[in-house]
Each structure stands twice: as structure tokens, then as C-alpha cells.
Design a binder for this molecule. Sequence first.
Ligand SMILES: Nc1ncnc2c1ncn2[C@@H]1O[C@H](COP(=O)(O)OP(=O)(O)OP(=O)(O)O)[C@@H](O)[C@H]1O
Ligand SMILES: [Mg+2]
Length: 342
Amino acid sequence: MKNMLINGTYLAKKNIGQGSFGSVYMGINTKSKEEVAIKFEKCEKDNSDGSTLLREAETLKDLQNIKGIPKLYYYGTEQNYNIMVMTLLDRDLEHYIKIKKNFQIDKVISIGEQLLNILEGIHKKGYIHRDIKPENILFGRGKESNTVFLIDFGITKPYIDRKTNEIIPYRTNKPFIGTIRYASVAAHKGFELSRRDDLESMGYVLCYLAKGNLPWQNMLLQDDMKKYYVGKIKQKMPIKKLCKGLPEEFALYFEYIQQLEYKQEPKYDYLKSLFAKASKSLTGLFSPDLPSPIDKDGFSSPSFQSPSFSNINHSLDIAKENSKEEKEKRPKIDSLQEEEKD
Ligand SMILES: Nc1ncnc2c1ncn2[C@@H]1O[C@H](COP(=O)(O)OP(=O)(O)OP(=O)(O)O)[C@@H](O)[C@H]1O
Ligand SMILES: [Mg+2]
């Protein structure tokens, strides 16, 4: 795809990302000279399901007015590729975790506040994202370098039935969808997902960003077994233990999410107020005479990391647990199903 000119305007220059659906290139709008990101998907001859990238582009178009959603510049098919051109962003958060281990807590809170706004916007438009993970969260570039963006709407789905205008009926026995490490307990159980599940995954992502790891990360198991055991661990893990070392509002966040029912609209303002409180209680923790533990990029310097945050096995975990291998879009139904009331 390198050097391919798309729609006579966008020139693909350098590969910057690989996903399960295709590749992403950095490119340039040859007319305006603006840099762009270009996502390619090979056209399948026998694609009865339709193009995933076309569905993603349609969803992205619907979400255009939300802050933290990349702008969609072009969608089309050329030289046997479906192609989508959008805003070029910085590296994804997993890239930074790999090189820096964890994010400073105030940065994590700021990411949480911004993600909440993005998810609220997406949910208000009638969609659930279903794949909240660090690889799909990126900061912007230039004057947007402190703005959080959410990408990858490949498995985003409307949770409202367009015909009846009602929330899709609750169902069980659904195939697992999402990414094992950040999936909600309901996703592990094969339940129909709803707004609460995006928020639960977001909670796991924030814990991961703050600590650099999650308790269910080291499992050397086949995918089906891993799906089952990780689901069990998440279900049994006391919130206090999961949130140990983090501001107490993180536990309150999970407590609130856990009691939400399938159809219930989350109180985004309450969750935002938790992050605001956590952020406020951080200021004042450090005397102005002390050197700031927060470096320019928002990463903790090693001397300020609490021992419980450090994880010498982290790079090993990453090697063992490649996120591609973790992810299953259309796998078999596993045996973790339990009944749950609507
Ligand atoms: N607009 C963008 N700007 C910069 N980098 C991007 C952009 N879009 C995607 N990327 C990079 O490419 C990677 C893959 O993109 P994306 O998640 O959209 O692909 P995918 O095939 O749907 O992935 P997945 O394996 O999660 O299903 C991202 O994790 C990110 O690193
Ligand atoms: Mg992705």
C-alpha cells in the first residue's frame, strides 16, 4: 500500500499500525499537505457479511460531532482494498505502556474523564463500542496532544433497535466479543452487552494504565480456557484488591458499574464527579518544595512509584500475551453462562 494514491488526493507513506482487520498507514493529503491516517482492508471475494471497514466508516460518520472521535475524510474502494482516511493521531496507549510501564495517576484520571465524555457521546448516539482497550486509545497530535481519542469501531454496535426504538432485548449464549484482558464479566458469560460493559472495560483499562498490569494477565492457557478462567477471576476479584494503591474513587467507580442493570442508563455525571474528586485529592499531596513526580509526558519517574505498582514481569507478560492472540471476534460459545435478570 506504500505510495498508493487514494482518490487522487491521499498518499500512503508509512505503516504505523496493524490490526486484526488490516493495516494503518500514515499518509498525506497532497493538496492541503495535512497528514492523515489511512486504514486498509483487503476486499474479500466472498464477504457475505459485508465489509467490516465499510461498517466502521458508517459508524464513524455517525459519531463525527463527538470530541475525541477522529474526523473521517474519505471512504472508498481502490485496487482491491477498502480504504478509510481519518485524522492522524499519536501512538496508542499500549505503545507507551510497553516503553514506560505505567502512567502517572493524574494522567490516568484525565484519560478517564475524557473517555467518559467520549463514551457518553457514543452511547447517546445509540452505539456501544465493545472493544475498549489501550491499543484503541490515542492522544492527538500538535495542539490536540492532551486530547484523548477513541478509535476502532470495527465491532461497535447499535444497542437500540432502529425499528422499535427500544433497547435490544437481553440475550444469553452470545459468542464472546472483545478482548479477553479488558472484557466485562458479562462478555465472558456470553451475555448481550450494553452501556455498562463499555464502562467496566474502561475501568480495567484505567487500572492497567495506572499499575502497568492486571491480575489476570499471566495465564498461559489456550484461548478458550483463558476466556473461562479470566472471566472467573474477574468475577471473584474483590474490588478493593483490584483497586489497591489507587485513589478510593476507583473502587467507587467499579461498585457503581457492578450494580447497573442491562438496560440502565449510566449516570455519567456521577462517574465524572468521582474522577474530579480523585483529581482534587491528588493536588496537595505533593509539597511545592518537592520535585514533581510528574514528568512532561505524564509518566511517573521510577523513584516515585509505589512498590505495588511496579511489575518486573510486565515485559514478559506482553511477550506472552500478544493482544492479537487474545482477541476473538467470532469464536465458539464458552461454558461460563449463567442466568441474569434483565
Ligand atoms: N487514526 C490513527 N492515527 C494513528 N494511529 C492509528 C490510527 N488508527 C489506528 N492507528 C494505529 O493502528 C492500530 C490498529 O488500528 P485499528 O485498531 O483501527 O485496527 P483493527 O484492525 O480494527 O484493530 P484490532 O486488532 O483492534 O481489531 C491501532 O492500535 C493504532 O496503533
Ligand atoms: Mg484496534
